[in-house]
Design a protein around this ligand. Sequence first.
Ligand code: NAD
Length: 444
Amino acid sequence: MTDTYARLVNHGLGRDLARKLGLPQPADLRRYRPGQPLIDGPVLVRGSGPGADRIAAALLSWGLDVRRHAVPKERLGGIVLVLDALEAPGDLEQPVLAAAPSLRDLAPGGRVVTVSRVPGGTPATAAARQGVDGLLRSLAKELRAGATGNGIVLAEDVSPTAPSALGALRFFLSGRSAFVDGQFIRVSSAEGRLPDDADAPLAGKVAVVTGAARGIGAAIARTLHRDGATVVAVDVPAAGDHLAEVANGIHGTALQLDITRDDAGQRIIDHAVHRHGRLDVVVHNAGITRDKLLVNMDQSRWGSVINVNIAAQLRINEALLASEHFRSEPRIVSVASTSGIAGNRGQTNYAASKGGVMGMVRATAPLLAQHGGSINAVAPGFIETEMTARIPFATREIARRLNSLQQGGLPGDVAEAISFLAGDSAGGISGEVLRVCGQNLVGA
Ligand code: NAD
């Protein structure tokens, strides 16, 4: 599970050799630790118009060191490029080229965040807004030393300082988004609110995490607990010992349950309500792979993957939506996969199930909106887990390096994105898919 190559090429002789040969040298990523500053160094806010002024004022109110003009050679923690008033492609030139020289001053682990609007309006306006997509994704590929570039896309009537616009900005600037690169988060409404305590955004919430006995699920359970939630850890009875260990370690409770059971949804609701008095968040993380080329695929491999990875989620969601205990700003976060976006050889069944998760999330968003709720998916790329440790060495090495950050993500990176989407500061974000993949270079 360890990235031996990254250690070799970042120390002593290995580092010198890698430099000479031009080999990838994956940087240590700036990851979140409670209590640490949101970002290391001043944040430069560029862009014209009231949007940039309001965002700069919000960052100042968080105690950040904010610049509206570049100070020569000053090390920057981040650059926020506010492009919310574009009307034609020509409008990109001035703000983008004015901010460009400051990229040289971006600190290792620095952040670039664009703020723009959903493509719409006249053809020229739509062209300008869609242009931000290509611009940001290319820029993210040019950044080095663990720096990342991501964007916030506002719906037409959403203010740049709406709670979830600021929530997303905070997520992108912080170490919580270390392995999120070249991605956009769309804010579709002014719902949501920023937490009183940024280090405990889930305080008072009860969250269920499926597949929590190990891997990414265990990391999600621990991260939600760290962020203030009471956690119900769910996994199959065969994983009972590991499950109990995870649950006990975070003062939560364990629920041994196969999520493909018909009554799984009701069992989850009953457990959360009887043991903890409420249910606020459900994280659908449990998932399996049964890889085979389609030409050799059998019914058992196909059926089990579809059943665990998407059919079970649909059945559980039906029970949640029907329950009076899941009506107070409920949040669902599902784990998809970049395989469901770009496809992966040998994974037709898995990619169909994970594509299914994304479709399900989009279609369920309006149903949860009735109760002030939200549902989103996180699509991990290559994450260092027991599952990926089993991939043969050469294939694993290639898969690990083929992203802008030249390394695999950690289970905690996926967990951070899930914790963000489970919180009230993401209440205006729904029906979205956020990739946590270091900007995979293959496929979509
Ligand atoms: P993992 O195999 O280590 O853990 C999955 C957990 O789910 C296990 O504890 C397992 O017992 C549990 N589970 C399986 N079937 C279940 C069922 N029917 N009921 C209850 N629990 C069940 O996998 P992981 O690598 O931690 O992956 C977690 C999620 O992330 C999965 O949905 C996976 O598809 C997704 N994902 C992983 C990666 C990666 O690189 N590891 C990449 C993309 C997506």
